[in-house]
Design a protein around this ligand. Structure first.
Ligand code: ATP
Ligand code: MG
Length: 582
């Protein structure tokens, strides 16, 4: 890990306030979490948050939001943030996902090391403690083993309008429940035969308090604990205990967990009574999940896109996964900016995808060197250019940062220009090449178009022009030429061929899966277009992940998988302006 801090990337201005910051400010003023020490007697920070992914898929832009929020609060309040794998569901979890999650959090610019201590945890490391506390809760009369068949249990749970019915096993003696629980652990029963439930209130208006399940039997192999367990704790039981064991202060989650909060508090209160935890206890706070237009963020649906080969894997540049966004060319800084700018609220809303692109442009504009690429090439021959001659031209690496110097590229008698920069019969207001018109070849000479050659089908294959030798950019004579059009070009003999992948949004519907719609009906068939382009010779040195602004075209990155010297592949990250739908 690069730096001994939860986040090496500090915000350069005070972050905007939000309701979570207000809560923390109140807690700090009230000393709610002051004076606590850890097991070794060392002082604990007053703000400890956690990001708790389940290792059952790849992280996406919504998770990035949660990571930036949790790690960002820890950073700004001199606290710390834990990365905890919520790995209590053996069937769906895998080491592949653990590895990509670790990698994605680091790449986003965050770090779970604080004061030289790693704060990387696994809920599965708490299995012994969770079990011990469950035994205590049984003994104290707060939990019982229910042996109703699953259908009966579901039917007896009632509905929003009807209270539930007590299970006939609800009055089972603690000693009997304890014995059954031990036998469940010992592997004596098949999956689903018994279940451990909290004894709360079957008539509660909150369904989550109608004797929620705490442990279930699952004869399944776990990616970390192997076959040591055949009973596994439920998320709602595990989460508050994991938080308390880690001394978490502010346990931040998305709004769908609001109704789970009473059980979160109930568990911790009962265990505090039993002497397992000291007050103050962690508290849960809910915020609205990130919804981004033209994007889906359900792990299940993203998996469908991968498994049905609708995209080329989890890191396809059209995917909203962190690995996909990274390959597309998004920077950690642009994603952090986006997460901050999209705000933290308590009610659901949709953020426009244009905001994300805007953050990318804002981050890359000052950083990205400029380069020339001709994406849809058309040959331009300068008929009066001295045969065989090559003249050096220069352009700034960055137009607003002269200290970054110039880049060199040569001009010769045959160039590539964009097809759209020539019209045999110009439309009104067209200032680029047409017979009789003059344009400036950007950073080069002024040329006058003289005509074109066509193939048998009438397609223009070559454009002809003459140049003015005294018009070179940067020379005294150039000021004498006043032209309206300014086009980019590369010298045919010097340019490098590159594969350019023009990516666009994956869906044509702003809310592709809202209201149960079939998101696969809204796929954008033009989300990926591959063109054979010509780029300026300096790009021979482009390394994987290098980002450029291709003048007039947008921001591009050398693809981290496929681009190599001699076989350049660039991905379009985004266009220069938001031009969608226009
Ligand atoms: P699953 O359906 O598998 O539970 P999940 O998206 O909830 O998917 P988790 O691994 O449980 O995945 O999520 C880890 C954390 O990320 C949780 O705290 C969750 O609230 C948060 N999170 C997930 N999606 C979003 C989102 N769109 N916006 C903000 N936070 C999110
Ligand atoms: Mg979840």
């Amino acid at each position: 890990m690069s730096k001994d801090h939860n986040s090496p990337v500090a915000a350069d201005s005070a972050p905007p306030s939000n309701f979570l910051r207000s809560i923390i400010d109140v807690d700090l003023a009230a000393h709610t979490y002051a004076g606590r020490t850890d097991a070794a007697g060392l002082p604990l920070p007053q703000v400890i948050t956690r990001f708790p992914p389940e290792p059952n898929g790849y992280l996406h832009i919504g998770h990035a939001k949660s990571i930036c929020l949790n790690f960002g609060l820890a950073r700004d309040y001199q606290g710390r943030a834990h990365l905890r794998f919520d790995d209590t569901n053996p069937a769906r979890e895998d080491q592949e996902y653990v590895d990509t999650i670790l990698d994605s959090v680091k790449w986003l610019g965050f770090d779970w090391t604080s004061n030289g201590q790693e704060h990387l945890y696994h809920a599965s490391d708490y299995f012994d403690r969770l079990y011990e506390m469950a035994e205590y809760l049984i003994t104290a009369g707060h939990a019982y083993i229910d042996s109703q068949p699953a259908e009966e249990m579901a039917a007896n749970r009632g509905s929003f309008s009807e209270p539930g019915k007590d299970s006939p096993f609800r009055t089972r003696a603690a000693a009997e429940s304890l014995e059954l629980f031990r036998r469940m652990k010992a592997g004596e029963f098949a999956d689903g035969l018994h279940i451990l439930r909290a004894r709360i209130d079957m008539a509660s208006p909150n369904m989550n308090l109608r004797d929620p399940a705490m442990y279930r039997i699952r004869h399944a192999h776990h990616h970390r604990t192997g076959d040591a367990w055949c009973i596994y704790p439920m998320y709602d039981y595990t989460h508050p205990i994991s938080d308390a064991l880690e001394n978490i202060t502010h346990s931040i989650c998305t709004l769908e967990f609001q109704d789970h909060r009473p059980f979160y508090d109930w568990i911790l209160e009962r265990l505090a009574e039993g002497g397992y935890f000291k007050k103050p206890l962690p508290r849960q706070y809910e915020f609205a999940r990130l919804n981004l237009t033209y994007v889906i963020t359900s792990k299940r649906k993203l998996r469908e896109l991968v498994e049905q080969h609708i995209v080329d894997g989890w890191d396809d540049p059209r995917m909203p996964t962190i690995v996909g966004l990274r390959r597309r060319g998004f920077t950690p800084e642009s994603l952090q900016l986006f997460c901050e700018r999209s705000g933290v609220t308590k009610s659901d809303s949709w953020i426009d995808i244009g905001t994300l692109d805007g953050c990318l442009r804002e981050d890359l504009d000052p950083k990205a060197p400029r380069a020339t690429a001709v994406l849809r090439p058309l040959k331009l021959v300068i008929d009066n250019f001295p045969a065989g001659e090559v003249i050096a031209c220069q352009a700034p690496v960055h137009p607003h940062l002269p200290e970054r110097g110039n880049r060199d590229f040569p001009i010769s008698d045959t160039l590539w220009i964009e097809q759209e920069d020539f019209m045999e019969v110009p439309t009104k207001g067209y200032f680029r090449l047409f017979p009789g018109n003059k344009v400036r070849l950007r950073y080069g000479f002024v040329v006058e178009c003289t005509g074109c050659d066509k193939d048998a089908d009438g397609n223009v294959i070559t454009v002809h022009c003459n140049y003015f030798a005294d018009s070179k950019s940067g020379t005294e004579g150039s000021a004498n030429y006043k032209v309206k059009g300014n086009i980019h070009w590369v010298s045919a003999a010097h340019a490098l061929q590159a594969e350019v992948r023009l990516y666009d949004r994956l869906f044509t519907d702003a809310q592709p899966d809202a209201g149960g719609k079939d998101f696969k009906l809204a796929l954008n068939p033009n989300a990926k277009e591959v063109v054979a382009a010509w780029v300026e010779p300096g790009l021979a040195a482009a390394q994987a992940d290098d980002k450029y602004q291709f003048e007039r075209h947008g921001y591009f990155v050398a693809d981290r998988h496929d681009s190599q010297p001699g076989h350049l592949v660039f991905n379009r990250i985004t266009t220069l302006k938001d031009s969608w739908g226009k």
